[in-house]
Design a protein around this ligand. Structure first.
Ligand SMILES: *Cc1c(COP(=O)(O)O)cnc(C)c1O
Length: 468
């Protein structure tokens, strides 16, 4: 058949718009969405057909088949337009702070406050007492200072930004002394030496990979030294013949020469994790108490809040940082700020179990056993004898470059199906209406209950049922 003759068999937009299912969609979702879906559908089929013809495609194509194909695809596209690209998923990986899955889920109080603040206007930069311009940091400064004992505080978009900003504001064109053991890379290509270069500060490395002494810092000090920097090696662990210099010692040295001390903590722990039976992490309070002039940390790691970079410490330095032009480029938005304020209030109230990240980290074995049994029973029903479901003991991780090497004993449910293997099941569950992200271990598909909520348990069985 002639090429043009075949292409003429493609349905026209108006043909499809007259079809009953399309008319129904138009009623429901409006003409615009449906029209673009129909156009895109016909376009896609035309392109596929042209490609096939170039390759010498010879089969007969009927107008009827093409129309049916275009119709099905248009209906699919309307559905796709309606669902968002960025959407909720179920984290069944057991990794509590999974950076690819959005790190910390927010507590209810934070969600409520986002809704409240963002659905109308707010006093973001407005002083209600005076009726004049205010500062966006006013909303969290008091809370952060109360909780940590710091003199002053501000927040930017994320901790990488916070570190870049502090270095730019306090050390550009001058020298920053740091231990060779702390020249770390955090995931997503945040490398301390590169951030330093970007800020215009000159890196002065001292000591060795495993041992740095206070005398190493002292020898490197000169009239061009702007800052003594300590970076918490948050995502790996050195064991054996190893030591680093404490903030207290750096502070004494800083005082002797009139040089400020900065600590980048990475994970912003505001509570003593030992209290929950977890290994200790340096807290923000400890750093402030030990005399750090500036401390930086993330809002969405162990703190369990929204993505943010918190900067706190001595007023004179925070003030100087605020005046740097990068502050404006890295500024925090009102949604984040409203969530962060709500999370910090929870810390001040002491009801830490309201914070999902903390709740997941301290889930009891009994609770996880109960959840796993419940999930297994639901799944058993969903798969209707077409495979096996089992509750097993496993290990979950903290993730997010926090508490490296810490193994949290957990309960997981393993699914083995007759119809398809673990990789295939994992792929299919990523494609469901609410995607389920599990993990595969020793040829089995696992769902770790540590990172799942009550709601998630129901969703998982529904989605597993839908792929069968
Ligand atoms: C995670 C981390 C950062 C980067 O923080 P983001 O919130 O991911 O921008 C910087 N420094 C340290 C030590 C970290 O652990």
């Amino acid at each position: 058949m002639e090429r043009n003759e075949i292409l003429r068999k493609l349905p026209k937009v108006s043909d499809l718009l007259d079809e009953a299912p399309i008319k129904a969609l138009k009623e429901k979702y409006g003409r615009w969405a449906v029209l673009s879906a129909v156009r895109q559908s016909i376009d896609e089929i035309r392109r596929a057909l042209e490609k096939a013809l170039e390759k010498g495609f010879e089969d007969a194509v009927s107008e009827e088949n093409l129309k049916k194909e275009a119709l099905d695809r248009a209906i699919e596209l309307v559905d796709k337009y309606r669902s968002h690209n960025l959407k909720r998923v179920v984290n069944a990986t057991g990794v509590v702070l999974h950076t690819n899955l959005g790190r910390a889920p927010l507590p209810e109080e934070a969600l409520k406050n986002i809704l409240e603040v963002a659905s109308g206007y707010s006093n973001l930069e407005y002083d209600l007492d005076e009726g004049t311009r205010g500062e966006r940091y006013d909303h969290i400064r008091g809370l952060l200072c109360d909780i940590t004992g710091a003199e002053d505080a501000m927040v930017v978009n994320n901790n990488a930004g916070a570190v870049l900003l502090v270095l730019s504001a306090l050390a550009a064109g001058r020298e920053v002394i740091i231990s060779r053991g702390q020249l770390v890379e955090i995931g997503g290509s945040f490398r301390v030496p590169e951030v330093m270069a970007q800020s215009g500060a000159k890196l002065v490395e001292v000591g060795t990979t495993n041992k740095t002494r206070i005398s190493d810092y002292e020898r490197a000090i000169n009239e061009n030294t702007a800052l003594l920097l300590k970076v918490h090696t948050s995502n790996f662990k050195l064991v054996g013949f190893w030591s680093e210099v404490k903030i207290e010692e750096l502070k004494s040295l800083g005082l002797k020469y009139g040089i400020p001390v900065m600590e980048d903590l990475g994970s912003g722990v505001l509570v003593d994790l030992k209290k929950f039976g977890l290994p200790p992490e340096p807290t923000v309070q400890e750093s402030v108490k030990a005399g750090a002039d500036i401390v930086t940390f993330s809002g969405d790691k162990l703190l369990g809040g929204p993505q943010a970079g918190i900067i706190l410490g001595k007023k004179e330095f925070v003030e100087k940082i605020k005046r740097h032009p990068l502050t404006r480029a890295l500024r925090i938005d009102k949604l984040t700020l409203s969530a962060l304020e709500a999370v910090l209030k929870i810390y001040r109230s002491g009801e830490l179990e309201r914070i999902p990240v903390i709740r997941m980290l301290i889930k009891s074995p009994e609770e996880m056993e109960k959840c796993a049994r419940k999930l297994a029973a639901e799944l058993q029903k969903a798969i209707q004898g077409k495979g096996t479901v089992e509750v097993i003991d496993d290990i979950s991780q903290v993730g997010g470059g926090s508490l490296p090497g810490v193994e949290l004993p957990t309960k997981a449910v393993s699914i083995e199906l007759q119809a398809f293997g673990p990789d295939d099941l994992a792929r299919r569950l990523r494609m469901t209406r609410i995607p389920i992200i599990g993990r595969i271990k020793k040829g089995k598909f696992l769902l770790d209950v540590r990172t799942m909520s009550e709601d998630d348990l129901k969703i998982v069985s529904e989605m597993v049922g839908s792929v069968l």
